[in-house]
Design a protein around this ligand. Structure first.
Ligand code: FES
Ligand SMILES: [Fe+2]
Length: 373
């Protein structure tokens, strides 16, 4: 008897529609992905002074990220240890040396310790050391803040290094961009009526770039035919194009650590579960995704530049910002169109990834593995 092996199909099936709208599956993702992995919550430089804080939602939790008196960032569950009230009710702000719950005025230090509890602090039956705010693991990586809600966080390096080394061929080319030394020149926040996975899936393929992004394809023509880059390979600026800007002209020098071979490249890379990183020779753009609901994602885009260049009185980030803002808006529109199809019976069993989208199936398999399915 002989057996013949059919070649593996270069097509792949997508997830069924329900993975993009079912509240129960969304809750499971929040529990098994966003409450277990390291999750990016923005740039460390945006919390500059002791007492500066922001409140972020990670998984099902509200978390306070604050710079303490020793100038270190710390994170705490935003839940008062007395009766469970939200401690910080604003999205961000500046604390005056302590964190006070407004309900019964319990007061915590910027390091989370309980410092004051009216009438009971000195009660001999009350051990205040047991009632500090509960800490959340925090790591700063390349200037970005990452939180981990799990009881035993693995290292963030373990989570990121293999992906980065795979994308760049090794870790070294990524390090040359010096992302941790760059500063935010512009931030735009987008509210997108789309599941977080659709946004990442769309970022992972350029099959759509020809029809949807004519301006991008003029600058990076490799994408016109939906090229897929991996293993250190990257999109290259078109002949005659100097930079990824509205005009294609360069208006600032390249990032200081780059080599000649880096200067005409664009790398896009997704760092799961919620960061999309875009590296150009003169700036870096980070998309941070904050899932809000099965069909709603907040996306914060930070355009980063060399701080030395930013001190120049002529510095203007907008030629870089405007082109990717245009690309973003084109992308969010298609993600929203796709979201609208997810609940249809036409998509009950999902759709298909064509050969140059085939790699997106890896994201689906990642999600299924995390959900235990
Ligand atoms: S719930 Fe916060 S002080 Fe009572
Ligand atoms: Fe796109």
């Amino acid at each position: 008897m002989t057996t013949t092996t059919r070649p593996e199909s270069s097509f792949a099936s997508t997830l069924p529609g329900r993975y993009y709208y079912d509240p129960a599956l969304y809750a499971l993702e929040q529990e098994r992905i966003f409450s277990q992995m390291w999750v990016c919550v923005g740039r460390a430089e945006q919390l500059l002074e002791p007492g500066a804080y922001q409140v972020v939602t990670v998984g099902q939790e509200s978390v306070i990220v604050v710079r303490n008196r020793s100038n270190e960032l710390q994170a705490f569950l935003n839940v008062c240890r007395h009766r469970g009230a939200r401690v910080c009710t604003e999205a961000s702000g500046q604390l005056k040396g302590s964190i006070q719950c407004r309900y019964h005025a319990w007061t915590y230090g910027l390091d989370g310790r309980l410092l004051g509890a009216p009438n009971v602090l000195n009660d001999e039956q009350f051990d205040r050391t047991q009632f500090g705010l509960l800490s959340v693991a925090l790591t700063v990586w390349e200037g970005t803040i990452w939180l981990n809600l799990s009881d035993n966080p693995s290292s963030l390096d373990d989570q990121l290094r293999t992906t980065i080394s795979g994308r760049f061929g090794s870790y070294e080319p990524f390090l040359r961009y010096g992302v941790g030394q760059l500063k935010v020149g512009k931030t735009i926040t987008y509210e997108v009526n789309s599941n977080w996975k659709l946004i990442i899936e769309n970022f992972m393929e350029c099959y759509h770039c020809g029809p949807m992004h004519p301006e991008l394809c003029d600058l990076l023509p490799g994408y016109r035919n939906g090229a897929v880059y991996s293993d250190g390979d990257s999109a290259m600026l078109a002949d005659g194009v100097e930079a990824f800007t509205v005009t294609g002209k360069a208006s600032r020098p390249h990032l200081p650590g780059l080599l000649p071979e880096d200067l005409r490249r664009y790398y896009g890379i997704e760092l799961l579960p919620n960061m999309l990183l875009n590296l150009f020779h003169d700036h870096v753009l980070i998309h941070t995704l904050y899932p809000q609901a099965p069909n709603h994602t907040r996306i914060v885009c930070d355009w980063l530049f060399d701080p030395v260049v930013m001190q120049d009185s002529e510095f203007d980030p907008m030629d870089a910002v405007n082109i990717f803002d245009l690309v973003n808006r084109q992308d969010w529109e298609v993600c929203q169109w796709t979201q609208q199809g997810m609940t249809s019976k036409a998509y009950k069993n999902g759709g298909i990834y064509v050969p140059n989208e085939r790699h997106i199936r890896g994201l689906c398999d990642f999600v299924l593995a995390k959900l235990g399915e």
